[in-house]
Design a protein around this ligand. Structure first.
Ligand code: ADP
Ligand code: ZN
Ligand code: MG
Length: 267
């Protein structure tokens, strides 16, 4: 619990008069010794879902809930949920091999994006410009790791040099920032670049809130790109960082999340 996000959240929870016990994950022997309501703020994805399930198994509450974390951690599951909810998102296919990848890429038209179902920070997200490049990428991946035979092949969105990160709490978009790059088409803040506040318009709020609800999250960070067809959702983060959003917009995001948590404690 050393990160700034968690410190901000802890302060806000305490200032609402809630009793909070920060858990040191190294000392946890699940399923014993946890409280009723767990705010899951772990960075390591492999730990997030087991902890959420543990809170839920005896009638407790995990924020975010286990199912929303499963869905949001997997870009293919998220894609299916967004489609069901008619939330606009780039056209995407899950393929398991070279032939299917090439067939789908031909149909989408080059360039295409090829990315793993479970990545983050823009790692292993590739812009693929031709069938030859796709071929060598797949051969290279197969040689590196025989288990990486799952790929998402996605329509490339020719967006401005920025993405939008919308923080959704409950059924409101509480704050949003542009993440602006210095050249790289990947605009994760972790890769450098600047952030600027976004004035949230009704369409942006609608798309982001519906995306968050599509995976069943209580709160989330929704990544949105601007395209010729309007806003498109790239992904939903179930354990979103918000310190940058808070710093850039001046919105007390931690306070908003704390109030949401307080609602669950009351119930
Ligand atoms: P990660 O979970 O690693 O952040 P993303 O799917 O969000 O994976 O991709 C990382 C970045 O790559 C995005 O923030 C965006 O700037 C860029 N990107 C991803 N998919 C596309 C796409 N289909 N078209 C254009 N840019 C994309
Ligand atoms: Zn991600
Ligand atoms: Mg992303």
């Amino acid at each position: 619990m050393a990160r700034l996000d968690e410190k901000l959240l802890l302060n806000e929870l305490r200032s609402l008069g809630l009793q909070v016990r920060p858990l040191n994950i190294e000392e946890v022997a699940a399923p014993e010794g946890l409280g009723e309501v767990g705010v899951i703020r772990l960075a390591a994805r492999s730990r997030v879902i087991p902890m959420a399930f543990t809170y839920e198994h005896s009638g407790g509450v995990a924020i975010n809930n286990a199912m929303s974390l499963i869905l949001s951690h997997d870009k293919y599951f998220t894609y299916l949920k967004l489609k069901e909810a008619r939330v606009p998102t780039p056209e995407t296919y899950l393929v398991f091999g070279r032939e299917a990848a090439k067939e789908v890429a031909r149909r989408l038209g080059y360039p295409v994006i090829v990315k793993p179902t479970d990545g983050s920070w823009g790692r292993f997200v590739n812009l693929v410009k031709s069938a030859e490049d796709l071929e060598s990428l797949i051969l290279q991946k197969a040689a590196m790791d025989s288990h990486m035979h799952l790929y998402l092949v996605q329509e490339f969105i020719n967006k401005p040099n920025r993405d939008i990160r919308v923080t959704v709490v409950g059924d409101r978009a509480v704050a949003a920032i542009y993440r602006i790059t210095n050249g790289d088409w990947r605009t994760n803040t972790a890769r450098g670049g600047k952030a600027e506040p976004v004035k949230i318009d009704p369409e942006l709020e609608d798309v982001a809130v519906r995306a968050s609800k599509a995976v069943g999250a209580y709160y989330s960070g929704v990544d949105v790109v601007e395209s010729e067809r309007g806003y498109l959702v790239l992904e939903v983060n179930g354990v979103p960082e918000f310190k940058n959003v808070q710093r850039v917009t001046g919105v007390n995001v931690a306070g908003e999340i704390a109030r949401l948590v307080a609602e669950f404690v009351k119930k």
